[in-house]
Write a protein that binds this ligand. Structure first.
Ligand code: PLP
Length: 483
């Protein structure tokens, strides 16, 4: 039986919806306005959130007021507030107010962008924002893209195409049992993201066949070492399949010498995929065009606008010079979709990957990029670069610390060194734990050449110099405890 104010459909009434929508709108605006006053991290033990919730599946409905009260009471205090301006882990946080508005509308539309027919505007907007981004990245006209959720998935699809090139017909017959096939190998620097191994696991290459190439003193792939590894593998009858070059590595944001790697890949007929998940965004700044060096000659490139270009999580764009190779690999149309396109004018993005159903991700990119324009996006990124350099100066002027890597983008790796050498790794790790537990700052630790270092990433539109000073203050407090 339906209650009196529940419409026949079973949904809540339009009136009730409007009431809650207003309340949620105010809640979001307040959250964003007052976020700096919140503790960043919940500092809770695993299971603490669950312990406060009813774990039985709901048999009958609960009023929304009660559910929203639980969100305030349990859920919100139980998250790490990525959007907090003093959250400086990973690459910072990418959400923006226009992005949040667009996400709300995406939720209301709830279209499935699998084919043009199921979502004409979602498909065409995807094509449009992909082309804007292509132009900003300076990729030649022949590059075309597709939007996925994450860089890991983008890289997996790029490497699946590379595998099909190296081992034709794998789509049809697979890799196993083919005596004629040598073992395929992928090369990536010792700084590359673990998504390369995950891709190799998923596409049947095997994680041991991802060869990690040493990096130089500035954490960039050493191309002569790559050349030697390929030559050695050829002598041992392996088949070099692909190189993944990184533009903006996860720990230090270093940039591999793509142009030199292009030559080597051409020489050996290998696929070159560029992981510009983070660093690609720098291409929007005219003074940083150096970052795109060699891109026009690569086979594929991934960029995550949810890392530097202010699109709320998630949005990853994969570009291929010949995107038809990707389409040929993955097109498989189930009967029930009834695709009829006599003139071939319909783009069906489901053809470009494993996924059938796809979120309407293009809307949020279109809204935020239109609302700001390239100039404003570039100005904010430029400010983050300035803050990163400023922070690096503070580190250099304090004897207790040293920089652990060159500052190339909005990322700074540094190390507390005022202690007995044998204790330094643990101290750095302990300091990060203490800073994060304070609720006033949130940073990351990583390992460089086997040593634990601290790391900040600047990417939040709300972060100002004052916020950075606050985090530096907390880091200094942590250091004073160890002096
Ligand atoms: N590539 C690089 C350079 C990264 O730093 C990361 C994650 O931080 C990834 C790939 C994986 O990104 P995603 O979470 O979108 O899969």
């Amino acid at each position: 039986m339906k209650s009196q104010d529940t419409p026949e459909s079973g949904d809540i009434s339009a009136e009730e919806f409007r009431k809650h929508l207003r309340a949620v709108a105010d809640w979001i605006a307040d959250y964003r306005e007052q976020i700096a006053e919140r503790p960043i991290s919940p500092n809770a033990k695993p299971g603490a959130v669950l312990a406060q919730l009813d774990t039985r599946p709901p048999e009958s409905g609960t009023p929304l007021d009660k559910i929203f009260a639980d969100i305030d009471r349990v859920i919100v205090p139980g998250v790490a507030h990525w959007a907090h301006p003093q959250f400086m882990s990973y690459f910072g946080c990418t959400t923006t107010s226009p992005g949040i508005l667009a996400e709300m509308i995406t939720g209301a539309l709830n279209v499935n962008a699998m084919t043009w027919r199921t979502a004409p505007a979602a498909t065409e907007l995807e094509t449009l924002v992909l082309d804007w981004l292509r132009q900003w990245l300076g990729l030649p006209n022949e590059f075309n893209g597709v939007v996925y959720d994450t860089a890991s998935i983008s890289t997996m699809h790029a490497l699946a195409v590379a595998r099909e090139e190296a081992a034709p017909n794998t789509r049809k017959v697979g890799l196993s049992g083919r005596a004629e096939l040598p073992v395929l190998r992928i090369y990536a620097s010792d700084q590359a993201h673990s998504s390369v191994e995950k891709s190799a696991i998923a596409i049947g290459i095997g994680e041991e066949n991802v060869r990690r190439v040493p990096s130089d003193s500035e954490f960039r792939m050493d191309v002569s070492a790559l050349r030697e590894m390929i030559a050695r593998d050829l002598r041992q009858k392996f088949q070099p399949m692909a190189v993944v070059a990184t533009v903006g590595t996860t720990s230090t944001a270093s940039v591999d010498p793509v142009k030199k790697i292009v030559h080597l890949c051409r020489e050996h007929k290998m696929w070159l995929h560029v992981d510009a998940a983070y660093g690609g965004g720098l291409a929007l700044l005219p003074e940083c065009k150096w970052v795109t060096d060699g891109w026009s000659d690569v086979d594929s490139l991934v960029i995550n606008p949810h890392k530097m270009l202010f699109v709320p999580f998630d949005f990853s764009a994969l570009y291929l010079r010949e995107i038809d190779r990707l389409r040929r690999l993955f097109t498989l149309v189930p009967e029930y979709l009834h695709l009829r396109d006599p003139v071939g004018a319909e783009i069906n993005y489901m053809d470009y990957g494993v996924q059938l159903g796809r979120r309407f991700r293009a809307l949020k990119a279109w809204v935020i990029w239109r609302a700001f324009g390239r100039e404003r996006l570039a100005a904010i990124i430029r400010e983050h670069l300035r803050l990163a350099k400023l922070f690096a100066e503070w580190i250099e002027n304090d004897d207790r610390f040293e920089l652990a890597a060159p500052v190339v983008m909005g990322v700074v790796c540094f190390r507390f060194v005022a202690a007995d050498e044998t204790k330094i790794d643990k101290l750095n790790s302990d300091m990060v734990e203490w800073i994060n537990a304070s609720g006033r700052g949130y940073i990351t630790q990583t390992k460089l050449r086997g040593h634990t270092v601290m790391r900040i990433g600047l990417g939040n539109i709300l972060t100002t110099e004052e916020h950075l000073r606050n985090v530096w203050q907390i880091i200094q407090e942590a250091a004073s405890r160890e002096d």
